[in-house]
Design a protein around this ligand. Structure first.
Ligand code: KG4
Ligand code: ZN
Length: 341
């Protein structure tokens, strides 16, 4: 089954063709970073306008690069939640038009589910059940994936997401947008033990995260040193801060793996590209477990992952009517449409 997939939830316009949920036939991504970087973050209105300009040529390119033609496409999968509502609506409406005009089923896909599914494209042997951690710009979740469309949420962030912590920390250090990538690069030159940053744990919710405290600690540290005219090594600060954020992610994920006796461990989302996090995950992997990470190129937003998850949503009967809406927020456990009878 060949699925055309569309992704426009934030600042990447993307289209891909994926076969049977596992094989990428094409994967076209247009990153809007240059448009937003002068503002230091994503401007929703600019993102929506850019999606409108790019979505049609990108989709044509994705179909052409796949070596197929429109008539070979069997379904259209599209990110429908969560994300920037204006941005989501561009992709959803384009997907509806494509599905309607070609007489194809429309399959709405949850963005976080698709991040997890990026791993199906990289690891042919990976099948649920497994334990997953999704770390992106807006979310930090630990979920038990019981089936391809069946999730149990066991931990999440109480405030900032891990990606947000990296982006805001990077901004405090005066690094370029997008901050996570810049922080990662700078951290490689620093000492992760140079500064002590706080770690938060909750007695009643051991797998929940909180990153607002570590972010505030960074802001206070940097401002105090600047006000005192104190010289400081920004690479040491970045490395110590990254150590605190990635340490919390790795420790809680592996604590959940032990407590729930999960053997297959999957990590996904933009922050999964972080080199310190990947290293920590490999170095601390509990015995008898397998670790699955997506290739770096599939950690961030892309449409191939939407095509992968879309295949399993379709198989489970989640085909939407043409009045399907997009949603800025949506629980990973909830289906985005009713399953077809
Ligand atoms: O999954 P994603 O591409 O988009 C969302 O769904 O949010 O994640 C974007 C987030 C941003 O916060 C970005 O700074 C972060 O992932 N990120 C990184 C790295 N690459 C991207 N954070 C730390 N280290 C990286 N190498
Ligand atoms: Zn994402």
């Amino acid at each position: 089954m060949n699925i055309l997939a569309i992704e426009s939830s934030c600042d990447e316009t993307a289209a891909a063709v994926v076969r049977d949920g596992r094989k990428i036939l094409s994967n076209a991504v247009f990153s809007q970073i240059d448009l937003h970087s002068v503002y230091g973050g994503v401007v929703p209105e600019i993102a929506s306008r850019c999606h409108i300009e790019k979505i049609a040529p990108l989709t044509r390119a994705a179909i052409e690069q796949s070596g197929l033609s429109e008539k070979d496409i069997d379904a259209v999968a599209v990110t429908s939640a969560p994300g920037l509502i204006g941005a989501l609506l561009v992709g959803l409406n384009y997907a509806k038009g494509f599905a309607y005009s070609n007489g194809l089923p429309l399959v709405p896909v949850h963005h976080l589910r698709s991040h997890i599914a990026a791993n199906y494209l990289c690891h042919g042997d990976l099948t649920p059940p497994f334990l997953a951690m999704v770390v992106s710009g807006g979310h930090s979740h630990i979920v038990r994936v019981r089936g391809y469309t069946d999730y149990e949420l066991i931990g999440m962030t109480r405030d900032d997401a891990a990606g947000e912590a990296f982006d805001k920390g990077a901004r405090t250090l005066g690094l370029s947008y997008p901050g996570g990538v810049a922080m990662d690069a700078l951290s490689k030159k620093g000492d992760p033990k140079a500064f002590a940053f706080p770690r938060v744990s909750f007695k009643d919710a051991p797998y929940d995260f909180s990153f607002s405290g570590v972010k505030t600690a960074l802001i206070n540290l940097v401002h105090t040193m600047r006000q005192r005219g104190q010289d400081f090594n920004a690479a040491d600060v970045a490395a110590s801060y990254s150590d605190a954020v990635t340490g919390a992610l790795c420790d809680k994920f592996y604590a959940a793996a032990r407590d729930f006796n999960e053997k297959k461990l999957v990590v996904a989302g933009g922050v999964c590209a972080n080199s310190m996090l990947r290293q920590k995950l490999y170095d601390n992997l509990p015995q008898g477990r397998s670790l699955y990470l997506p290739d770096i190129s599939l950690c961030g937003d892309n449409a191939a992952m939407v095509g992968a998850q879309g295949f399993y949503e379709y198989r489970a009967g989640f085909v939407a009517p043409l009045d399907q809406n997009a949603f800025a927020t949506a629980d990973i456990r909830d289906a985005l449409c009713k399953p077809k009878a």
